[in-house]
Design a protein around this ligand. Structure first.
Ligand SMILES: [Zn+2]
Length: 298
């Protein structure tokens, strides 16, 4: 295990929120599969006494984490359509502020389903970076050639190239957020924008459920609030244009499954909703995600 520090203050001056609840030798690539069902495994979770950033400390060595992500087996399954609806809704809000719709990048693009969506939204050249080989293998043949199968790192793209860079549920997973944001800054065009959507560690549900809130998860190195999200972007040179709550689109049965109720009650409600024919109805709910749109100043 290796020690981490506050990514904003650069030191570890923190208090413990929750103790680690797993044995390091039992960790494998199945656990490092984004958007799997919550299993409540997490590192020791601490909070910086100065800025309030929440982070995991200590964590597994970085080369091990990288290896797990490369072997990760996750697919989006039935939720791809919903994620596409949610992400394009927010990207659409900011498209008008971008220098042009020439070059689009998504970091952590999975099978590239959103790259196809970005093309439909009018972006001319779309690129993705994704470490999970098996996920990229399932991508659309028209899009596969535009995905770099690796961890996002320095030097993969030219400087001042992108109009927009998107990170959807990715920033929380990054053990080196400053390095990633510095590189994003370098490869964005002046006035280019970055759109980032992730969990809100300060959300209502995080407060109510505490340690049981599924964001306290071994995959997350850093967990942000609106305040710490803004600070880390501005620390890396970005100018915040907007910071906001995200409403996610999901079918009703998904929301019911995620809701903290005893299983028997959930099944009874599920039966009822099914009998009146609305179990698959899509609804938008603010459930503890936040977004930031920031630009590289001219
Ligand atoms: Zn701090």
């Amino acid at each position: 295990m290796i020690k981490t520090k506050c990514a904003i203050c650069g030191v570890d001056n923190s208090k413990v929120l929750y103790k680690a609840n797993f044995e390091p030798e039992k960790i494998n690539e199945y656990i490092f599969s984004a958007r799997r069902l919550p299993d409540e495994i997490h590192y020791q979770i601490v909070k910086c006494k100065k800025c309030g950033l929440v982070y995991s400390n200590p964590i597994l060595p970085l080369n091990k984490i990288e290896k797990f992500y490369k072997k990760s087996k996750y697919t989006y399954g039935i939720y791809e359509k919903d994620l596409g609806l949610t992400y394009s809704k927010y990207l659409n809000k900011f498209v008008g502020l971008l220098p042009s719709k020439e070059n689009f990048l998504e970091i952590g693009c999975g099978n590239g389903f959103f790259l196809l969506k970005a093309k439909k939204l009018g972006f001319k050249n779309v690129f993705g970076v994704e470490p999970g080989k098996k996920i990229v293998a399932k991508s659309d043949p028209n899009i596969k050639k535009n995905i770099i199968v690796d961890i996002f790192k320095k030097g993969q793209f030219k400087k001042n190239y992108f109009d927009v860079i998107c990170l959807f549920q990715v920033l929380d997973h990054l053990p080196s957020p400053n390095e990633v944001l510095t590189e994003c800054y370098r490869i964005l065009k002046p006035a280019g924008g970055i759109l980032c959507i992730n969990h809100d560690v300060d959300s209502f549900w995080a407060k109510v459920l505490g340690e049981k809130f599924p964001i306290f998860d071994i995959e997350h190195t850093y967990l942000y609030s609106k305040k710490t999200l803004r600070i880390i972007f501005e620390k890396n040179g970005f100018k915040t244009r907007n910071i906001f709550d995200i409403a996610n689109s999901y079918p009703l049965f998904y929301w019911l499954r995620m809701f903290p109720l005893p299983v028997e009650i959930k099944l009874a409600i599920e039966k009822l909703l099914s009998s009146i024919g609305i179990l698959n109805k899509r609804i938008w709910i603010k459930a503890g995600n936040i977004g930031i749109f920031a630009i590289k100043p001219k």
